[in-house]
Design a protein around this ligand. Sequence first.
Ligand code: MN
Ligand code: MN
Length: 402
Amino acid sequence: MKSEAKKIDGVAPSAYGSGGLAGRENTLRAQKDISASDPGPRNLPLNRQNPSSNLPPVTDHGTVPPIWYSFDLVHRRMQEGGWTHQVTERELPSSKEIAAVQMRITAGGYRELHWHVADEWAYMLSGKARVTVLNPDGTMFIDDVEQGDLWLFPAAYPHSIQGLGDNGCEFLLVFNQGEFSEESTFLLSDWLSHTPPEVLAKNFRLPLESIAKLPTDSLYIFRGNLPDSLESDIAEATADARSKGPSYTFKLRAMTPTKKTAMGDARIVDSRNFPVSQKIAAALVTVKPGGLRELHWHPNASEWQYYIQGSGRMTVFNSSEQSRTMDFNANDVGFVPAVAGHYIENTGDTDLVFLEMFVAPQFVDFSLNNWIRHLPRTIAMDHLGLDSEEIDQIPPGKEIVL
Ligand code: MN
Ligand code: MN
């Protein structure tokens, strides 16, 4: 049957659209001749940023759900004191488990007192901030964070964030709920302006003249006064109610790498070393130029990525001959469906730094190299067509960065 099919350039028609070798050779020839020309309109800046979409590796095939978005595409809500924007399931529909918000707070500015239905995991991208969070037992936790630090506020715990220093701060907020919206948090000002004044007077034991001074519009992000030192704030606010429980902040960038090789390192933070983070696990990964975050997958969650610095490319293998490669730059978001295989390669000439985020109590991964190197040798040789000496050259795996 196959031999009777009409061949074009030596490739049987059945090969077109297949991920097999004949289909790849056909694609490769097309990319080199007139077939790849594009006489219609082009968004050239976007083409240049995404060479792996414009001329995909011939190994790419099939339809993979969206794996790329960028914070530089979304609406920025500006207010005196800072701004915010978000990439949620609405912008990146594949991401059902995680939504994220980026926020800038100028010196003295506040993200208003609030709480919400999702857990909040945050990474400081720039500057300094002071955070406060109330425990259900009535004790208060207060700390200062700076670039490279993170915090975790459990769902429904009320908290505040204030920009410090000369230039305030910018941070990334990660929520364990894809459809989370930063526009739908429980704001103190909102509650006050939607409660009868006489009830507020009774609750606060204040006269109505005092209640009339309370905010009547949402504050959300607003300018405020720089606070005193951390020590004096803690002494003043928590003299009778100091939190004795676990810390809600963590120094991620300053920690000793969990894994380190000549080509990069990874710092893993989850419930094992940061006990309050029971539902969100993360890895801060650095890949040096030419390095590779090895081929691997995660058994317990989808992966949501934030690119902090540098440029790279990722291919996601999603079974059934589905494989998609895209390019990532600073401020981009990446996504990997649960259990899908992937790698991340540094394609630039500076360090590539990114966060891998999971809605899971622990960071867990399988390394392809680790698997191959720990199989009985005959199984590995039969599957790969390699001899034993060649398999010996494969790194033993779980090095994270090669
Ligand atoms: Mn919050
Ligand atoms: Mn991964």
